[in-house]
Write a protein that binds this ligand. Structure first.
Ligand code: PEP
Ligand code: MG
Length: 568
């Protein structure tokens, strides 16, 4: 039995055998002098197995997500039947006398390069499909497991990284835990794992420190993983699991009740949502409204842009389901860590500082208009608020408002209904927006603070870079002072202010949020019960005191000392 120190990401106890998802681009090695007939047969067997695996995914996607989303898997299957691809792999094996996995890797890379060099965004997207498919087949050949493959027994998934779509298609009944080598609490795979209640830790070099079949156990709140736990260790973890269940029961006792402090200050807890299938979770939760709908996920893993009609149906479905509240739809925030080849985003040295969010929408006006029209039309079915990401200048707000007016006029001419009073708000997630908060507050109906990005831009720390992750802290006084300034600006102009980054659910910071006057928090619905319970144990006076004491803090340690001493 031994321990590896990791970084805690999503809570819960995970226990099971390791299954490593290899990035095969690093794995396949050239073996020469092979029996070529045998290698060609191995290639075909793996290809047919992959087609059948993809069929399972296609059917489950069609059933659980939708027909449109399942179409991509049909395309994947037809690539595997493509005589051109098959012919090239066979020829390569015969000419070089090499193994099947190497031939496929070489041919796959060759085809990918052709697609990547094309100007057309749709064709560029095909390059990713080719990578996906070749990885799957190479994995099968090399006897590795694949995230999308049908493993029908409990396991702990270990990978270098997971894309948001990989995370959201995981079979939750089998995946008992996740370990990746990169990522952090604000990565989108982490956000989805939290929603799905899958314990998650990050371990640098996890795919080399662990091997398939290793029995591991870990607590996603602590981060360390135990390999080969003995009986005593297993007992300790089972006891922890029992404690967690008891805590969950305690939190659940407040379900259906209003979220209030002991002295009756109400706090509104609303949901973050990334995809239509999150809706099933949300309607069963305590959240009456959506504080952040990350619409970029509608544009990711697609072979073409979603039409106005398709977007309208999605927004309408969510808005109708949240009939007692409202839905805050954040306009497309592609770029940064959320990539999509549907957009012509050039390769950038600093994607987080690059062509993303509102910057892209104001260039790709037709794509933006399509989204705004779909949102406006859906607003005829319930309360919708429009939220703009990555705002750094007032110009971006004004330009968006002009485009929105054009969309409204067009809908008027077409005789289509929409909410004429629809609110328009902005995410405060750039230091420029913090500095200008008093000015921006006069221009919009609400602020929502995107702490995930605000922390990275304030501290100048890439939110996904583990090497400098110690500097990425919501407890830094620079971040806390910014939050206070934003809240003051909003309160002065009498507009609503909320937090929708992961820090909204940070239990230690709840008194501070209340103390600076933030009474609306948007988070993964899985975190709502614990936050609600903690708010029910505190008073608003406690919040005011914490703010006062923290105004003198000069570093993270100071802040944590104060927060820990005022902890419940
Ligand atoms: C944020 O930046 O805090 C946020 C909520 O947006 P995202 O994580 O999608 O960038
Ligand atoms: Mg953000």
């Amino acid at each position: 039995m031994h321990t590896i120190i990791g970084i805690p990401i999503a809570k819960g106890i995970a226990h099971g055998p390791v299954r490593i998802i290899h990035d095969t681009s690093m794995e396949a090695i050239e073996r020469l002098g092979c029996n070529t007939d045998k290698e060609i047969q191995i290639f075909h067997d793996a290809r047919i197995k992959a087609i059948s695996e993809i069929e399972t995914i296609r059917l489950s996607t069609k059933k659980n997500i939708g027909e449109q989303e399942s179409k991509i898997f049909e395309a994947h299957q037809s690539i595997l039947e493509d005589p051109e691809l098959i012919g090239q792999v066979e020829t390569y094996i015969l000419e070089k006398g090499c193994c099947a996995e190497w031939a496929l890797t070489v041919v796959g890379n060759r085809i990918r390069a052709i697609f990547e060099a094309m100007d057309n965004a749709y064709m560029k997207e095909r390059a990713i499909d080719i990578k996906d498919i070749t990885c799957r087949v190479v994995n099968i050949i090399m006897g590795h497991y694949n995230a999308m493959g049908p493993i029908n027994e409990p396991y702990v998934l270990v990978a270098h990284d997971l894309t948001p779509s990989q995370t959201s298609t995981l079979e939750t009944q089998y995946v008992k835990g996740i370990i990746t080598e990169v990522g952090g609490k604000t990565a989108h795979s982490a956000i989805i794992a939290t929603l799905l209640k899958i314990p998650y830790v990050v371990i640098e070099k996890g795919t080399t420190l662990l091997k398939d079949g290793d029995e591991v156990i870990f607590d996603g709140r602590e981060g360390s993983i135990i390999i080969g736990p003995d009986m005593k260790c297993l007992d300790t973890y089972h006891e922890k699991e029992r404690q967690l269940e008891l805590e969950e029961e305690k939190y659940a006792s407040l379900k259906g009740k209003a979220c209030k402090t002991q002295d009756n200050t109400e706090v509104e807890l609303v949901a973050n949502i990334s995809q239509i299938k999150d809706l099933d979770f949300i309607v069963k939760s305590d959240a009456k409204s959506v504080g952040l709908f990350r619409t970029e996920f509608i544009f990711m893993d697609q072979d073409r842009l979603p039409t106005e009609e398709e977007q309208y149906e999605i927004y309408k479905k969510i808005t109708t389901a949240m009939s007692e509240g409202y839905v805050t739809i954040r306009t497309l925030d592609i770029g940064g860590d959320k990539e999509s080849p549907l957009f012509n985003i050039p390769k950038e040295d600093n994607p987080f500082l690059g062509y993303r969010g509102i910057r892209l929408c104001l260039e790709e006006v037709e794509i933006f208009k399509t989204q705004l029209r779909a949102i406006l039309r859906a607003s005829a079915h319930g309360q919708i608020k429009i939220m703009l990401p990555m705002i750094a200048s007032i110009d971006e707000i004004r330009k968006t408002k002009n485009i929105l007016e054009v969309c409204k006029k067009a809908l008027d001419l077409e005789g289509r209904a929409y909410d004429r009073e629809i609110e328009i708000g902005i995410m405060i997630e750039t230091p420029a927006a913090v500095v200008m908060a008093d000015v921006f507050a006069k221009e919009v109906d609400f602020f929502s603070i995107g702490t995930n990005d605000l922390i990275q831009y304030t501290m100048a720390v890439d939110r996904s870079n583990l090497k400098i992750s110690a500097l990425y802290s919501q407890y830094d006084p620079a971040v806390l002072r910014s939050m206070k300034k934003i809240a003051e600006a909003a309160i002065k102009e009498n507009i609503s202010v909320s937090i929708c980054g992961e820090a909204a659910a940070d239990i230690k910071l709840l008194p501070y949020w209340l103390g600076i006057g933030i009474h609306k928090l948007s988070m993964s619905i899985t975190l709502i019960p614990e936050v609600k319970w903690n708010i029910s144990q505190m008073t608003s006076t406690q919040g005011i005191e914490v703010v006062e004491t923290l105004s003198k803090a000069s570093d993270v340690q100071d802040v944590l000392k104060v927060l820990d001493s005022s902890a419940l």
